[in-house]
Design a protein around this ligand. Structure first.
Ligand code: CUA
Length: 160
């Protein structure tokens, strides 16, 4: 089979690039531990917000807590069309882990100026962590269309 020289260069170049990309993915996954957000836990969306059943059923002002010096966790329940709690306060320099789930439809959760960006599915808890060194306000926003009130669905993280 006759393959033109230019075509041969492009074929070999493409194979080399795919090999480099595969290697980059393997290195970032194995050596640096970079993972795509995976479901943390399976839950029943109908009972997840029942008081006493899970941290998502705790009073809204008790869903953000310090678990160790400088380490916080926040349990955020998404529902049409609000995040509860919709305001989270932590001191600057803290590491914050969000646990997010939905009790009704599919929502999204993106925190501005971070790499936090997950889909929120009823029945699954997603766990994402970031460190907030810069004081300021960070909006977290639903970025999956979830109905007529979708555009009003956001909350604020205040780093002070
Ligand atoms: Cu919730 Cu869009």
């Amino acid at each position: 089979m006759q393959v033109d020289r230019t075509e041969k260069i492009f074929i070999i170049g493409s194979i080399i690039m795919v090999a480099i990309f595969a290697l980059a993915i393997a290195i970032s996954g194995i050596a640096f531990g970079i993972q795509v957000p995976a479901p943390y836990q399976q839950v029943d969306p109908n009972t997840i917000a029942t008081p006493g059943n899970s941290p998502f059923g705790a009073p809204v002002d008790e869903r953000v807590r310090e678990i160790a010096p400088g380490k916080y966790e926040a349990y955020i329940l998404a529902q049409t069309w609000v995040f509860l709690p919709n305001e989270v306060r932590i001191p600057a320099g803290s590491e914050l882990t969000f646990y997010v789930t939905s009790k009704d439809v599919q929502h999204g959760f993106v925190v501005e100026r971070t790499n936090i960006n997950v889909m929120i599915l009823p029945g699954q808890v997603s766990k994402v962590t970031a460190t907030f060194d810069e004081p300021g306000e960070y909006y977290f926003i639903c970025h999956e269309y979830c109905g007529v009130g979708h555009q009003t669905m956001y909350g604020r993280l205040i780093v002070e």
